[in-house]
Design a protein around this ligand. Structure first.
Ligand SMILES: Cc1cc2nc3c(=O)[nH]c(=O)nc-3n(C[C@H](O)[C@H](O)[C@H](O)COP(=O)(O)OP(=O)(O)OC[C@H]3O[C@@H](n4cnc5c(N)ncnc54)[C@H](O)[C@@H]3O)c2cc1C
Length: 652
């Protein structure tokens, strides 16, 4: 990139001002895209990792004003540190004087000292990291400040977009304001905390139990000791509300115009979409093919991880908000999608990925007694049944969460042995590592580098599974090493139960009679990444049917985006991208989390782990394994949060 005038991004300085073309240095610490929005070029950037200036039109003094005003507006919401409260404001006042050409050298020095005082006294990143690009501006653009201060160079106002984020917020697909809800827990304001979560997520008790925690993998506290138990804190506020006997009561603020919306599928995507539309006063009818709500969180995830009553209570709030729930109603059968499209102002479809991928091996036949797909097996388990009580030796095939849930459920239905085979090694397993650990503790026998070859059956019953050893080769399309069979290494697992859990796919039969809806080569629904609108304007899709099998929080995020778009469409507002979407794109390039960052002056303090039933006790029943934090524990864990808010300003 030859268009860099100045950059301090990532602590390396490039200063191309006044240089000839052949001497221009290239930018290596960041690969900024040319555009912020479709038609707005990025001229400069100022944020936690430095400054990048591309265009000579950028006025550094005004850019600093834009950035500091954004920081100030966010630091106001905190009000914790005096230096932050007053320091940023004083800097703005001086910058305004500079813009009028009415400031002195001492004023500029004062701004530097104020910024340094904030750094040394602030309790969170807004104050500890926020001033750093401004201090760099003062150092490397001192002449620009001096000239402007005495009126020798006019300050030219620019156009800026700013955003407050944090590594955890950015990593969370629905962008929960995690530092904010944790801060409320620190202050024992538990009701305020759950209110912050519900601004985006209607399922805090559910997600607080089974989320894969992308936020925790980007928690800066891990760079000191261990990540904050963000999931546990979310669960705590939901459980606290339940214990207090309070019902969730989200406020409904109707949009200028409200309409009639159909939602297909009562999984996390559909529930979240319904919730956000109901908050805006729309008239919602939700169609679900099963007799109960929750999708995979109800009929997939077993009770020992997510008790049913938690999910059901969170769905009840939809009814109180006026959503009509119609169960045992399959769209595509009882009612056609085309009819919904005619009868409603918009239709959201969140039907998930309901079908199991076949193993495609000899002997695979769902009619053989003792052979099950993981989804069918778990559905029965979640209805309180053991689908095959006569089976005693079970083998599960697969490495994801469905496979682990099957294996742990099998143990809980009194099997003599439960084996799990996976064709790669433990480190490539897609399942949550905490789940693998728990399954190991409960004595699921893992067999890595092993693939199924043939199902053996006699008299219509499973008698064994022929397997072959594997070795790892070069990475495949997924980036993981390709498993390759070791010739002549076949062997037989004696077992009477086989569960195949190697993946899920989307059942597209509901589309019958609808023309022109785009699907991908993987049979997922093709929609706009941010608006979730399909090629038919009234149809919106999100959740697993859009992304392929993923996670609760991703499905909820998709449902929320679709609800925003549907609300706009009903209000005849063009479905343009919101600034949040452009920042989402930018943050994929400008990393908000730096795993190599060195964090100083923070006393290490161990993470609190939720208590769990001992493996010998828990593996004989479906009781919930983990118990939540007490109020005292939650406050103590919340105190470990470093509140890593950061601001970025883009000049366009
Ligand atoms: C066993 C298992 C364990 C998992 N564990 C975790 C975990 O620990 N953490 C995590 O984050 N994620 C987990 N997941 C993934 C997570 O459950 C899914 O990503 C999430 O539920 C997807 O939400 P969704 O709303 O898109 O679809 P779903 O949850 O699948 O919901 C879709 C709903 O649509 C209904 N439906 C389908 N077709 C029709 C139709 N034609 N008409 C009407 N209704 C219809 C279905 O019955 C269902 O209720 C797990 C998944 C499984 C299967």
């Amino acid at each position: 990139m030859g268009d860099i005038l100045f950059s301090s991004w990532g602590k390396s300085i490039i200063d191309n001002r006044g240089k000839k073309d052949q001497d221009l240095e290239k930018q290596t610490t960041i690969e900024l895209p040319e555009y912020f929005t479709e038609n707005k070029k990025i001229k400069a950037l100022m944020g936690w990792n430095g400054i990048v200036i591309r265009s000579p039109e950028v006025d550094i003094v005004d850019l600093c004003r834009g950035y500091i005003e954004a920081v100030l507006s966010h630091s106001k919401t905190c009000d914790r540190c005096n230096y932050c409260k007053t320091g940023w404001k004083e800097m703005i006042e001086v910058l305004q004087d500079i813009a009028k050409g009415e400031a002195t050298g001492e004023d500029i020095e004062f701004m530097g000292s104020a910024a340094e005082a904030i750094v040394s006294n602030a309790k969170c990143s807004i104050g500890k990291i926020g001033p750093s690009p401004f201090l760099q501006a003062l150092k490397y653009f001192s002449d620009d400040f001096a000239q402007a201060a005495k009126g020798a160079k006019p300050v030219i106002p620019g156009t800026y977009y700013s955003k407050l984020t944090a590594p955890c917020i950015d990593a969370c697909p629905i962008h929960l304001d995690i530092p904010k809800y944790i801060e409320h827990i620190k202050d024992t304001k538990f009701a305020e905390s759950i209110k912050v979560i519900r601004e985006r997520l209607p399922l805090p008790g559910t997600v607080g139990r089974v989320c894969f925690r992308p936020c925790e993998t980007h928690c800066r506290r891990a760079l000191v000791d261990e990540p904050v138990s963000i999931k546990g804190l979310k669960r705590f506020v939901a459980d606290h509300e339940l214990k207090e006997g309070k019902e969730p009561a989200p406020e409904v603020t109707p949009s200028a115009k409200t309409g009639k919306v159909a939602i297909v599928g009562c999984g996390p995507a559909g529930i979240t979409c319904a919730f956000h539309l109901a908050v805006k006063g729309h008239n919602i009818t939700l169609f679900e093919r099963l007799a109960e709500p929750g999708g995979m969180s109800a009929v997939g995830i077993p009770d020992y991880r997510l008790p049913r009553n938690i999910l059901q209570r969170e769905v009840e709030q939809l009814k109180r908000m006026g959503v009509t729930l119609i169960y045992n109603h399959t769209i595509g059968k009882e009612t056609k999608l085309s009819q919904l499209e005619n009868d409603f102002d918009a239709v959201f479809v969140g039907i998930g990925a309901q079908e199991s991928l076949p193993l495609a091996i000899e002997g695979e036949n769902e009619k053989i007694k003792g052979f099950f797909t993981g989804l069918n097996y778990l559905k029965e388990i979640n209805e309180g049944l053991d689908p095959y009580p006569q089976g005693k030796k079970a083998t599960v095939i697969g490495g994801g969460n469905v496979a682990i849930d099957c294996a742990r459920s099998l143990l809980r239905t009194n099997k003599e042995s439960v084996n799990l085979i996976y064709r790669r090694t433990r480190s490539e397993m897609p399942s949550d590592s905490a789940e693998i650990h728990d399954a190991e503790q409960e004595q699921v026998n893992f067999h890595f580098l092993t693939a199924p070859k043939r199902i053996l059956a006699e008299n219509g019953r499973v008698t064994g599974l022929e397997c072959i050893r594997m070795k790892l080769g070069e990475p495949d399309k997924s980036g993981r090493p390709r498993p390759m069979p070791v010739e002549g290494s076949e062997f037989i697992f004696e077992c009477d139960t086989i569960i195949s859990a190697i993946g899920q796919k989307i059942d597209l039969s509901f589309l019958e009679g609808i023309e022109g809806v785009q699907t991908s080569p993987w049979n997922t629904m093709v929609v706009d990444e941010f608006t979730k609108q399909s090629s038919r304007p009234k149809l919106f899709f999100a959740g697993d049917c859009e992304t392929g099998p993923d996670a609760l929080i991703t499905a909820c995020a998709g449902g929320r985006k679709a609800a925003q778009s549907i609300d706009r469409m009903i209000n005849q507002i063009p479905l343009e991208y919101e600034t949040e979407h452009y920042f989402d794109k930018l943050f994929k390039i400008v990393n908000v989390y730096d795993p190599k960052e060195e964090i100083k002056k923070v006393e290490p303090r161990k993470r609190l782990h939720a208590k769990a039933l001992p493996p010998e006790i828990r593996k004989s029943n479906f009781d919930e394994v983990e118990s939540g934090f007490s109020a005292q524990e939650a406050v103590s864990e919340a105190e470990r949060c470093l509140r890593c808010y950061q601001v970025i300003t883009v000049a366009v």
